[in-house]
Design a protein around this ligand. Structure first.
Ligand code: ATP
Length: 872
């Protein structure tokens, strides 16, 4: 396939709008073209530092400040003009540093979430970061893998890949190993090649890497397409919109204040302009948007440290609203440490210790268990490779001195039908004493119905309804104890030929092996925590309904009155029936990935925010559909990780609940930081408006307000963003996602707390005016406003009083206060800085005492109100 072909088909992918049934929609494919391969796409899109720096000046606030600087210069206040320009440049530098840091932190998250590749190095199979794959490497592919380099297929076991991210074609493509003929080459047929960006949907293969990175077909297209990625979250967008509206509103009010000052109070044009500018600078929350970004970025870093990698910043916000967590059972809620317990063969149930190899049926059962498995276990080192279910079988053999490798060498695998969650079984073909024999293991319901005979010590007998009943009864008894039950069967074929799905019938039933997979102890606590926080946990599993229900009971997911539904039962339900039963269904068993999508849809119809876990290839659509798609970092396929918005590096259910708590905490912290910043700004607005209406001198110079808004306010705001998550966050229901962040309660708080600060600021202003002149009044107003806002940082750490929150729980907040206070002292007393900030020479220690006493008053009042509320 030539590059032109890909370019054409990629463009088609971008145009096509139809969503495919199982694979990716063309739009998603196009999206993936933009997001996939950090080292490919980001290279082409990275902005230069100069450009980022220049962009910092493209802001309404900066324009207003420029005007302020010009007005200051016109009024002869050159120091002020210099300060404003220095502040503007500093602000741009800070903005640039912050942008670059945010990029870096996103990059590092992406690296953590980037696909890995299994390669042969020095003859050994190792798993490495896909970025480290080089041409000449031999990559081993299996179902669920993402192809991370272009390569030629060397060995092929029914490989099927989805190349929709390149071609827009969602149908899986069968691949060949053979060299293709000239005609196929002419037609652009590359059936013996795999391409970076495609997904393995079936089979296995080994591939010789021919190109990596920007040299792959995907890389070449990526370089051609210069599409920018959307980065802002809904919260950031709504805050940006709010800031823009606020700025316009402020400009209108400024114009009104200017007109009022000139025409009603007879103030000079320059003075009136200073009022208008002071009001604009006081009102615009300069630091708001960067603080929100910083808090979100810190939140994702913290979650990454706690084993949850956030791939999409939007997920942080949605996490706080999650009301339903749909979780896989095996490995997420349970430990995925399978240990065999009992066996059923030849009509009797025995403990695993009682297995007798002299019994031909039991011997055949063990043979099936070891041959129809891929796992290996090294008894000396204790290392096991493979699916834990299969590892358990291999370990069972080892207990009786039967080494799987020896068995497998004696009876090499001639053909196989790999396990998949839809069929729920796996078959392999071996030569047993000259007879091609297929061994199959899997879920009992997928084997028993296909069995016609049973192997007994008396030989092969017909599977009568009575025998069938007996097997089902034994399975129920085992499942009721929460055990996973695997069924085994075999079939002798007439010839040695590649296995086909149609061969999986007319089995001779061998027996059952049950194994225990204990619940994770931390999951029990996490389920209880989630329940307290108004979050319903739903178990979704491929396992048997009875086993699933028993485990769900142990975990506290299934309570009296709850319902367990199987995939078949779910299919028979209409949407209306499902909607009616939904709140009571705690367990879905024997479900297929398509059922997961239906469950997500049903909860979303009720307005719930749904988190869904998944690990398989076919789970990708459900992960995309869920509000928070969660993939498993250890056992999950690359495809599922690609589709998810969060990856658990420990595959643990408790990590999801922790992430939800962190999501709630990040949102809460952002809300508190907004409360802090806006109430401080409101205080400034009230003061300037009051002074202009009463024709008093301007209380603050733009430099004063810039100093507060950009410096002394930013520190406590960031500290508020670092407030630790509290257990109490799970004492309330999830946040309604439709509720705007700036709701009426928050606006009310901002209003009255801003008013309190304004009152003490103007009191300081009057005292200064009385004691001396307008210059001292302005210095006292400015210092009171700064200090009162620094104290206010403690009020905004949370809803509770500071005595309940405790100073020690957020040391950053104490440091921010200390740093802010030191900066203020420097401005008030250090020569040079004093002149720059127009500090009155009359300001001394006694004035410092007065402004401190005044500045603490709003905080005392707010804390007293909180204490009274807590007492009640
Ligand atoms: P969950 O969906 O919670 O992870 P699960 O692991 O039971 O649960 P699947 O992996 O889809 O889900 O397995 C479904 C059923 O298939 C199992 O209950 C078991 O009976 C059977 N099964 C699981 N692993 C294998 C395997 N390696 N070979 C054959 N059959 C298997």
């Amino acid at each position: 396939m030539t590059q032109d072909y890909f370019r054409k088909t990629a463009a088609e992918a971008l145009r096509a709008q139809n969503t495919s049934e199982q694979g990716l929609s063309a739009q998603e494919a196009a999206q993936r073209l933009q997001t996939y391969g950090k080292n490919k796409l980001s290279e082409g899109k990275k902005k230069s530092i100069v450009r980022i720096f220049a962009e910092q000046f493209r802001d309404l606030m900066v324009c207003i400040l420029m005007i302020a600087a010009i007005i200051s210069a016109c009024s002869g206040n050159v120091e002020s003009t210099i300060v404003i320009f220095v502040v503007l440049i500093l602000n741009a530098v800070l903005g640039t540093v912050q942008y670059v840091k945010a990029e870096k932190s996103l990059e590092s998250l992406k690296t953590m979430a980037s696909p890995t590749a299994k390669v042969l190095r020095d003859g050994a199979r190792v798993e490495i970061d896909s970025a480290l794959v080089v041409p000449g490497d031999i990559v081993l592919l299996e179902a669920g893998d993402m192809v991370t380099a272009d390569g030629r297929i060397l060995e092929n076991f029914s490989l099927k890949v989805n190349e929709s991210s390149l071609t827009g074609e969602s149908e899986g493509v069968d691949k060949q190993t053979d060299v293709i003929d000239a005609e196929q080459v002419a037609l652009g047929d590359q059936k013996n090649m795999v391409f970076s960006g495609s997904l393995v949907t079936y089979g296995r293969a080994s591939v010789l890497v021919t190109a990596t990175g920007m040299h792959t077909e995907l890389g070449k297209i990526a370089a051609l397409m210069n599409q920018t990625q959307q980065r802002k979250t809904p919260l950031q967008e709504s805050l940006d919109a709010f800031s823009a509206k606020l700025a316009i509103g402020i400009l209108i009010i400024c114009a009104g204040v200017f007109a009022l000052s000139v025409f009603r109070t007879g103030m000079g044009i320059l003075d009136s302009l200073m009022f208008a500018v002071a009001l604009a600078v006081a009102a615009i929350p300069e630091a708001l948007s960067s603080i929100v970004t910083i808090v979100l970025a810190m939140g994702t870093q913290k979650m990454a440290r706690q084993n949850a990698i956030i791939k999409d910043l939007k997920a942080v916000e949605s996490l706080g609203s999650v009301s339903v967590i749909c979780s896989d059972k095996t490995g997420t809620l349970t430990q995925n440490k399978m240990t065999p317990q009992t066996l059923y063969a030849d009509g009797q149930v025995i403990a695993k210790e009682q297995l007798e190899l002299s019994n031909p049926v039991q011997r055949m059962l063990l043979k099936a268990a070891l041959l129809a498995s891929d796992a290996t276990h090294d008894e000396d080192t204790g290392d096991s490779i493979g699916d834990p279910t299969e590892v358990a079988l291999v370990m069972l053999g080892e207990q009786f001195g039967v080494i799987e490798e020896v068995y497998r060498e004696q009876h090499p695998r001639l053909s196989e039908l790999a396990f998949d969650s839809d069929r729920k079984r796996m078959s392999t073909l071996h030569d047993i004493d000259g007879v091609p024999t297929m061994f199959t293991k899997g879920a009992i319901d997928s084997l028993l119905n296909r069995s016609t005979h049973v192997l007994t010590s008396k030989g092969c007998v017909a599977l009568t309804p009575q025998l069938r009943e007996q097997i089902i009864r034994i399975n129920t008894q085992m499942s009721e104890q929460g055990l996973r039950v695997l069924a085994f069967a075999y079939r002798e074929l007439d010839a040695d030929r590649p296995l086909e799905l149609e061969d999986e019938c007319s089995f001779t039933f061998l027996g059952l092996i049950s194994m225990i997979d204990p619940p994770r102890p931390e999951a029990i606590q996490a389920v209880a925590d989630a329940k307290r926080g108004g979050i319903k946990t739903v178990m979704i599993t491929g396992d048997h309904k009875i086993t699933a229900t028993a485990i769900a009971r142990q975990l506290g997911i299934f309570a009296d009155g709850d319902i367990a539904v199987s995939g078949v039962e779910l299919e028979q339900m209409t949407d209306a029936e499902l909607d009616r039963q939904l709140p009571h269904i705690s367990v879905y068993a024997r479900v297929s990935p398509e059922h997961k999508i239906r469950i997500v849809h049903a909860w979303q119809r009720r307005g719930s925010i749904v988190s869904m876990t998944g690990d398989g290839v076919n789970d990708a659509p459900a992960l995309k559909q869920a509000d928070i798609g969660v993939a498993m970092g250890i056992t999950g396929t690359e495809v599922s990780k690609d589709a998810a918005s969060m990856i658990l590096t420990d595959d643990n259910f408790a990590t999801i609940v922790k992430a939800v708590v962190n999501g709630r905490s990040v949102y809460e912290n952002i809300r508190n930081a907004i409360r802090f910043l806006l109430s401080g700004n409101t205080a400034g607005i009230f003061c300037v408006l009051y002074a202009s209406l009463l024709a008093l001198p301007v209380p603050f110079q733009p430099v004063h307000l810039l100093f507060i808004n950009l410096l002394t306010d930013s520190l406590p705001a960031i500290a508020i963003g670092m407030e630790p998550a509290r257990r109490g966050l799970l004492n309330r229901a999830p946040r309604d996602p439709k509720q705007p962040i700036l709701n009426r309660a928050l606006l009310c708080n901002i209003g009255w707390q801003g008013l309190l600060i304004a009152v003490v600021t103007m009191a300081a202003f009057y005292l200064g005016y009385q004691q001396h002149d307008a210059a001292l009044a302005s210095t006292m107003a400015f210092s009171t406003l700064t200090l009162a806002r620094l104290f206010h940082g403690f009020n905004c750490r949370g809803e509770a009083s500071i005595f309940r929150l405790k100073f020690s729980t957020n040391p950053y907040s104490n440091l921010a206060f200390a740093a802010g206070a030191l900066l203020l002292l420097a401005v008030l007393f250090v020569p040079g800085l004093k002149q720059l900030f127009l500090v009155s020479p009359q300001f001394g220690i006694s004035q410092l005492g007065i402004i401190t006493a005044l500045a603490v008053v709003p905080t005392l009042i707010i804390q007293t109100i909180k204490l009274i509320a807590e007492k009640r």
